[in-house]
Design a binder for this molecule. Structure first.
Ligand code: PMP
Length: 367
């Protein structure tokens, strides 16, 4: 008789009949299909920046969603809501205007549920993104990159396309508040439970505003307003100045190498929660790029620039409110989709950002 020494950790026999079952958390149990795998992501303590600030700084590992980003949650809620409202029935089509992760999330969700997916995007986007969407089964229309006010803007074209088809829905991620609801009902409660209610501050950047607004709404409610919720904003976005000026919306100017974040208007997703925010932090591209390299070197985390920007903001807030406090932020996606930019010396030089990479970390720029 072999003694395998395997752990027997199930609490009761009714949970598992085999003596060799190990206890698994709810997040590790089997799930139903692609959509069942969305959410329940780990909250990763970022050890080095935590030591540096004397606070516990955590990043919500949204890059571990099955489509690779925080936008899988919104994609699922947008589709679910359309189904619940009867706007989408079997064989139907989802149409969206998106330059990135929402389209990828929607393409996955649509494939898994048997819907067609049509994506309009500005033609400035990389061929890699177009190829990925097409191989996920989406029909992709790259259209000239023009301002939101122009009727030929990719969002308006998506809306018209949906209106021209039977059983089709324009999911409208920017102003459809099903997006924010995904984070009120999932991301916010997960962060609160994972930290057992010890969330002194939360910070995150905004594209549609769904993540920031939804998590803020939930955390403010359950903490009786005690959790400080702070916007993190890149160059070229108007939201930082909007919050700092107490509500003045200026013309958009400047740009950022971060992708998927920064906004020129107050979207419907953001509108009800703007007044709940305790402040905002502006993060330069130099700081975001430096943090991309630091996260890789110090934590082994291969993160996109919006995740790095969020961590820079979390460090700044930790310094402001700490030590001994807990700050949570979001690791929105991995660096895979941006590697040829973020880890290319010549690309960074072209953007004037090579100097932002600390000398001892330049060995990572191998592309
Ligand atoms: N980071 C990345 C990489 C994204 O693609 C997005 C969504 N555009 C965000 C952050 C912001 O998320 P939200 O739309 O919920 O504001």
């Amino acid at each position: 008789m072999f003694r395998l020494g395997l752990r027997r950790a199930y609490a009761t026999a009714s949970e598992c009949a085999s003596p060799y079952c190990v206890k698994v958390s709810k997040a590790q149990r089997t799930v139903n299909g692609f959509v069942g795998a969305i959410g329940n992501t780990p909250l990763i303590r970022l050890n080095r920046v935590s030591e540096e600030t004397g606070c516990d700084i955590y990043g919500k590992a949204e890059f571990m969603n099955p489509g690779g980003s925080v936008k899988d949650r919104a994609a699922l809620y947008l589709v679910k809501e359309a189904e619940e409202k009867g706007l989408l029935t079997p064989g139907g089509t989802v149409v969206e205007g998106t330059a990135g992760n929402t389209g990828i999330g929607l393409a996955h969700v649509c494939r898994s549920k048997g819907y067609k997916c049509v994506i309009y995007m500005p033609d400035t986007q990389s061929q890699g993104k177009i190829d990925l969407l097409r191989l996920l089964g989406a029909e992709v229309y790259p259209v000239p990159a023009v301002a939101f006010e122009n009727p030929q803007n990719y969002n308006h074209q998506a809306q018209r396309h949906a209106a021209s088809l039977p059983n089709a829905v324009w999911t409208n991620q920017f102003d459809n508040t099903a997006n924010r609801r995904a984070h009120i009902e999932t991301t916010g409660p997960e962060i609160w439970s994972q930290l057992a209610g010890r969330v002194d501050a939360f910070t995150c950047a905004t594209g549609t505003g769904g993540t920031l607004a939804g998590v803020t709404r939930y955390l403010k409610e359950v903490s009786d307003g005690r959790t400080e919720c702070i916007l993190a904003d890149p160059p070229g976005s108007v939201l930082h100045s909007y919050i700092q000026s107490g509500g003045k919306l200026v013309e958009r100017s400047g740009s950022s190498i971060t992708e998927g974040i920064g906004q020129g208007r107050i979207t419907d997703n953001l509108k009800p929660e703007v007044k709940l925010l305790n402040g905002s932090v502006h993060v330069s591209d130099e700081k975001s790029v430096e943090m991309v390299y630091r996260l890789l070197d110090e934590e082994g985390l291969y993160m996109g620039a919006s995740s790095a920007l969020n961590v820079v903001a979390a460090v700044e807030i930790a310094r402001r409110i700490g030590p001994g406090k807990t700050v949570a932020t979001v690791l929105c996606d991995g660096a895979y989709r941006y590697a040829d930019r973020l880890f290319s010396k010549s690309w960074l030089e072209g953007k004037g950002l090579w100097g932002a990479v600390p000398e001892h970390l330049r060995k990572y720029a191998v592309l």
